[in-house]
Design a protein around this ligand. Structure first.
Ligand SMILES: NC(=O)c1ccc[n+]([C@@H]2O[C@H](COP(=O)([O-])OP(=O)(O)OC[C@H]3O[C@@H](n4cnc5c(N)ncnc54)[C@H](O)[C@@H]3O)[C@@H](O)[C@H]2O)c1
Ligand SMILES: N[C@H](CO)Cc1c[nH]c[nH+]1
Ligand SMILES: [Zn+2]
Length: 433
């Protein structure tokens, strides 16, 4: 982890660059090939890629069968089952509070308009499984999908080498009542969801994070008329720490995202050189104790510790970078939080590690990365709903709004629009309605 002291503003752009951006073109080409192959060869291509990328022989088929599903719970320790149930309850509670209220609005006398939230009908949930089976991500996607009432939920996740799906993922799927589970990962899973194959139903919207192949494939899927939640790629955290922070806590927070993958990115900002130096030393010390030290160490080669002058300057840097996660490890986090304009999710104070949002506090951990926090929100109940507007006019309503429409339509030169109103107004005048 390199320390940069008081970089000038023109130097900021390089420090804010994501490592993943540099290889984007190679990945896009590869993903395009995979996509075309799956759309052409369907299940046969999925089976080949499972062998090539996941080392799995799926002779038994691409779908998880009832026996595999039923056998899962017995392999999940009771303590973990209880923890998953608690996280499920918290996530459900937070997302339930997002249920929209259907309100009828009378814009003019007799003109009533309303908006109804309707679930996206067919959704695909991608659950990463490459280097770690992220069953927590299934809670983050499955809870809002079920709450929204999506009638068809298709889960895709890479198979283990033995051709089975991780039992904790299956246990979580059962808890959520999800039964269509496909053993496919990476770009090939996204391609299958976007066009359908014999084993994979096509969906209307694809959700879920993943590595750079998954993220690039989701973007490609939009060209085929499929919606996506957002580009949620390699994990990131930016920590703003002042001298009140505890270096060991900050180091643990940085490492918690670095351990996700070699392309994760972590950034530390401080107005105290001593805080940067102590945290760097802590990172090196704690790194040695991690089972995924190699992965985290690789991510740390692209990480930065940056000395800036004031809390305002640190916030300005962070808003420009637009991190997926922002930790405010400062004396007065509430005040600093007021100024946050670009971030996926924000963690306030010294006792709020980012890890609680990853698992169990209740907020969603599927968040925009790679600077997309500038223009996207994280996944929420809303992501699984479409809002359809409705309206109905009474005779009084037609009399009040009709002339407005006639005038505007004539001014736009759209006579048929005007006539659609005029004919009805004449009918009303003639007593036909
Ligand atoms: N942004 C978020 O909200 C969020 C949440 C959780 C996880 N994540 C991120 O998700 C990612 C999970 O990545 P992962 O790799 O562990 O699992 P993954 O499931 O995303 O990817 C595994 C798949 O990648 C494909 N793949 C691997 N190497 C390939 C290659 N050379 N060419 C083509 N395809 C290849 C394979 O098909 C494999 O099945 C991490 O980067 C993590 O940081 C992000
Ligand atoms: N930090 C990840 C989102 O970037 C989510 C996650 C899953 N498990 C642990 N963490
Ligand atoms: Zn995490």
């Amino acid at each position: 982890m390199n320390i940069f002291q008081y970089p000038s503003q023109p130097e900021w752009a390089a420090l804010q660059q994501r490592a993943a951006q540099q290889q984007a073109q190679d990945v896009e080409q590869r993903v395009q090939q995979i996509f075309e192959d799956v759309r052409l060869r369907g299940d046969a291509a999925l089976l080949d890629y499972a062998r090539q990328f996941d080392g799995a022989d799926l002779a038994g088929g691409l779908r998880v069968g009832p026996e595999e599903l039923a056998a899962a719970a017995a392999q999940v320790p009771a303590e973990l089952q209880t923890a998953i149930r608690q996280a499920h309850a918290n996530i459900l509670r937070f997302h339930k509070a997002q249920v929209p209220v259907e309100e009828r609005v009378e814009t003019m006398p007799g003109v009533t308009c309303w908006r109804r939230a309707v679930p996206v009908q067919r959704v695909g949930l991608y659950i990463p499984g490459g280097s770690a089976p992220l069953f927590s991500t299934l809670l983050m996607l499955g809870v809002p999908a079920r709450l929204a009432g999506c009638p068809e939920i298709v889960l895709c996740t890479p198979p283990q080498k033995d051709g089975l799906v991780n039992p904790i993922i299956l246990f979580t799927a059962q808890l959520l009542g999800i039964t269509i589970i496909v053993k496919a990962g990476g770009a090939q899973a996204v391609a299958a969801l976007s066009g359908g194959t014999d084993s994979v139903p096509a969906v209307d919207k694809i959700f879920g994070p993943g590595n750079r192949y998954v993220t690039a494939a989701k973007q490609l899927a939009t060209r085929y008329g499929v919606a996506i939640d957002m580009p949620a790629g390699p994990s990131e955290v930016l920590v703003i720490a002042d001298e009140s922070a505890t270096p060991a806590f900050v180091a643990a927070d940085l490492l918690s995202q670095a351990e996700h993958g070699p392309d994760s990115q972590v950034i530390l900002l401080s107005d105290s050189l001593s805080m940067l130096e102590q945290t760097k030393a802590e990172v090196e010390r704690q790194l040695r104790e991690l089972p995924r030290a190699e992965v985290a160490a690789q991510a740390l080669t692209e990480s930065r510790a940056i000395l800036l002058r004031t809390p305002e300057e640190m916030l300005y840097f962070s808003n420009q970078y637009a991190p997926e996660h922002l930790i405010l490890a400062v004396k007065n986090p509430e005040q600093l939080a007021e100024g946050v304009t670009n971030a996926g999710s924000v963690f306030l104070g010294h006792l709020t590690p980012e890890a609680v949002g990853d698992y169990a506090s209740g907020t969603n951990h599927t968040l925009p990365t790679n600077g997309y926090a500038r223009n996207y929100s994280g996944v929420s109940l809303d992501s699984f709903l479409k809002k359809i507007t409705f309206q109905r006019l009474t005779p009084e309503g037609l009399l009040s709004v009709g002339p407005v429409v006639e005038t505007m339509a004539e001014a736009e030169g759209l006579r048929a629009h005007a006539r659609a109103v005029t004919l009805r107004l004449e009918a009303l005048a003639g007593g036909k309605e």
